[in-house]
Write a protein that binds this ligand. Structure first.
Ligand SMILES: Nc1nc(=O)c2c([nH]1)NC[C@@H]1CN(c3ccc(C(=O)N[C@@H](CCC(=O)O)C(=O)O)cc3)C=[N+]21
Length: 291
C-alpha cells in the first residue's frame, strides 16, 4: 500500500503564509485581484476554476471572471486581454488552456502583460523558467509538483526522475525545474520506446501526458514515488481521473498523489501565491518568496 501524498496539507501551509501577506496588502489599501479568463466549458477548466475560486476566497484574493463562449472571435478575446492589461486593480491573469483550435494561442499569450502573467503564458515568463534567469512566474502546476516533493521531504539531488509529457504548460517547465534541483531528468513522450521500462527505472515519475491510464502496473515498481499531474474527464465514470491507472499502481509503489486532491489542490495555492507576489510588486512592496 502506497502513502497518499495529499495536496491539502501542502496547500494549507502555503495558504497560511499567504493570508498574512494579504493582510499586509489590505492594510496598504490593496485588494489582490485575479482575472480568470475562460473560453468555453471544458471540464478540466471548470475544475481548476472551482478550485481557484475557493483558494482565492481563503486567502482574501478577489476574482473577476471573464467568461466567453467557445466560438469567441480572436478580436473579442484580445479585447478582453487588453482590458485586463489596462485595469490597474487587476494584478494577475489566469487564462485556461488549451484555447479552442480556431484561436491563435501564441498571439493571445503575447498580448498579456508579463507582470500580470501568473501562469507562465508569455514567452518572457517561460524563458525565465526554462533558463532559471529573469523574474517571471513559473507555470503553477509545475511549481506545485516541486512544492509537493519538497513538502514530503523527497530528495531530488541526483535522483532519477522521469517526466512523461513535453508540453510547454507542464512537461518542459517541470523538467527544467527538476534539473535546476540537480535531478537526473529523462523526458518521455509519445515517441519514447519502451515507456514502461524507462519509467520503472526512475526513483520519481511525474506523469503529465494528458491521457488517462498512460501509466499502468507495468510502468512502476516498489520504492517509487509517483506524481500524477493528469486531470482527465472520464466520460463513462463521469469523474476526473489522472494519467496514472490509480487502482493498478497504488498497491505497487511507495507513494502516489491522488486525483483529485493531489497536484491540483496545490496548483491553486501556487496560483494564489503568484497573485499575492504580483500585487506586492504592483504596490512597490517587494517581498518575493518565489521558489
Ligand atoms: N493555463 C492553464 N494552466 C493550467 O494549469 C490548466 C489549464 N490552463 N487548464 C485546465 C488544466 C486543469 N488544471 C487544474 C488545476 C487544479 C485543479 C483543482 O484544483 N482540482 C481540485 C478539485 C476542484 C474541483 O473539481 O472541485 C483538486 O484536485 O482537489 C483542477 C484542474 C489546470 N490546468
Amino acid at each position: 500500500m502506497a502513502a497518499l501524498l495529499k495536496g491539502a496539507s501542502v496547500a494549507k501551509a502555503i495558504t497560511a503564509e499567504l493570508v498574512e501577506r494579504e493582510r499586509k496588502l489590505e492594510s496598504l489599501g490593496v485588494v489582490p485581484t485575479l482575472a480568470i479568463v475562460r473560453v468555453g466549458e471544458r471540464e478540466d477548466d471548470l475544475s481548476y476554476e472551482r478550485g481557484a475560486l475557493k483558494r482565492c476566497e481563503k486567502v482574501g484574493i478577489s476574482c473577476r471572471r471573464f467568461l466567453l463562449p467557445a466560438d469567441v472571435s480572436q478580436e473579442e478575446l484580445l479585447r478582453v486581454v487588453a482590458e485586463v492589461n489596462e485595469d490597474p486593480s487587476i494584478h494577475g491573469c489566469l487564462m485556461f488552456r488549451p484555447l479552442p483550435a480556431h484561436l491563435k494561442e501564441d498571439m493571445v499569450a503575447a498580448a498579456l502583460l508579463p507582470k500580470k502573467d501568473v501562469d507562465s503564458m508569455t514567452s518572457a515568463s517561460l524563458l525565465s523558467t526554462l533558463s532559471g534567469l529573469g523574474a517571471g512566474y513559473a507555470p503553477c502546476t509545475a511549481e506545485a509538483v516541486l512544492a509537493i516533493l519538497d513538502h514530503y521531504g523527497i530528495d531530488l539531488d541526483g535522483a532519477n526522475v522521469v517526466v512523461v509529457g513535453r508540453s510547454l504548460v507542464i512537461g518542459k517547465p517541470v523538467a527544467s525545474m527538476l534539473l535546476a534541483r540537480n535531478a537526473t531528468v529523462t523526458a518521455c513522450h509519445t515517441h519514447t520506446r519502451d515507456l514502461a521500462d524507462v519509467c520503472r527505472r526512475a526513483d520519481v515519475v511525474v506523469a503529465a501526458a494528458g491521457h488517462a491510464c498512460t501509466l499502468g502496473a507495468d510502468a512502476v515498481r516498489s520504492g517509487q514515488i509517483i506524481i500524477d499531474v493528469g486531470i482527465n474527464w472520464d466520460a463513462q465514470a463521469k469523474k476526473l481521473v489522472g494519467d496514472v491507472d490509480f487502482e493498478a499502481v497504488e498497491p505497487l509503489v511507495d507513494a502516489v498523489t491522488p486525483v483529485p486532491g493531489g497536484v491540483g489542490a496545490v496548483t491553486t495555492a501556487i496560483l494564489a501565491r503568484h497573485v499575492i507576489c504580483a500585487a506586492e510588486e504592483a504596490c512597490g512592496h517587494v517581498v518575493r518568496t518565489m521558489q
